[in-house]
Design a protein around this ligand. Structure first.
Ligand code: BTN
Length: 247
């Protein structure tokens, strides 16, 4: 990746190899709000629910945006939803039929192309964004669930421009979130959310059930219909899967 081609408004911290850009963002003293941390390779890329995020050289965009948000801890998940919307819009503008699987996986052709992991340390929040750009194939169970922009289009692309567009898009939507709250982003989020209207399996500690995804609330919760009863689900507490596959 050529850092001189990454057009990022805020400070850019680039390493060829790192354990995780989220760790870099949370630990970098004196880095200002909005700093962007990127790496070519992550040796221990962190995925959600303690999983490993495969982050090989030349394959993807592994970036974290450092924020010092002045919001209640319970509002932090809205930043993750906002990042999902920002990435989804960039991929759509690049010609992909991308959608958001609530809360923040970006999906193309029913497979995940981007994952987002937000982590908090004291007053710092790292919004970690991983996009599979040039990956040629996935092994094992990932084959069924993951895709890349290359697999979808047959075109390998320079990641610098895409990374800049994602940072810019996040900046735009995050400003709206800070100024007007998630309710100002809700309609646009809903338009891009492919979970809505689908039959889903809800997985909670000690409980698994089927329901239909019907709405997104102004707080970014997923509203489901469970046997005729409306229930609101908070991201982070539950996992939602499609009945017939990942989406
Ligand atoms: C997920 O499992 O869906 C979340 C994946 C998040 C991956 C990104 S890559 C950049 C940042 N650094 C990490 O270690 N993880 C996130």
């Amino acid at each position: 990746m050529k850092t001189e081609d990454i057009n990022i408004k805020e400070k850019l911290y680039y390493k060829y190899e790192t354990e995780s850009t989220n760790i870099d963002a949370m630990n970098c003293e004196n880095a200002p709000d909005g700093s962007v941390f990127m790496a070519e390779i992550q040796t221990r890329g962190r995925g959600s629910r303690g999983r490993v995020w495969q982050s090989k050289e030349g394959n993807g965009i592994w970036m974290s945006i450092l924020l010092f948000p002045k919001m209640n801890a319970c509002d932090i998940p809205k930043i993750t939803l906002t990042a999902g919307l920002a990435v989804c819009k960039v991929l759509k503008e690049a010609g992909f039929d991308a959608g958001i699987k609530w809360p923040n996986d970006i999906v193309i052709s029913g497979k995940k192309v981007c994952g987002i992991l937000t982590e908090k340390k004291n007053e710092r929040v790292a919004v970690g964004i991983g996009v599979n750009v040039n990956t040629e194939s996935f092994d094992g169970e990932l084959k069924e669930r993951a895709t890349s922009l290359y697999i979808e289009s047959g075109i390998k692309r320079a990641r610098e421009e895409l990374a800049s567009l994602i940072a810019e898009s996040f900046d735009k939507f995050y400003t709206i979130l800070k100024e007007d709250g998630f309710s100002a982003l809700k309609e646009e989020y809903k338009e891009n959310c492919i979970t809505l209207g689908k039959k889903v399996k809800v997985i909670q500690p000690g409980e698994e059930y089927r329901a239909e995804a019907v709405d997104i609330t102004s707080d970014g919760e997923l509203e489901i219909d469970r046997d005729g009863m409306r229930v609101k689900l908070c991201s982070g507490e539950v996992s939602v899967r499609g009945i017939y596959g990942y989406v």
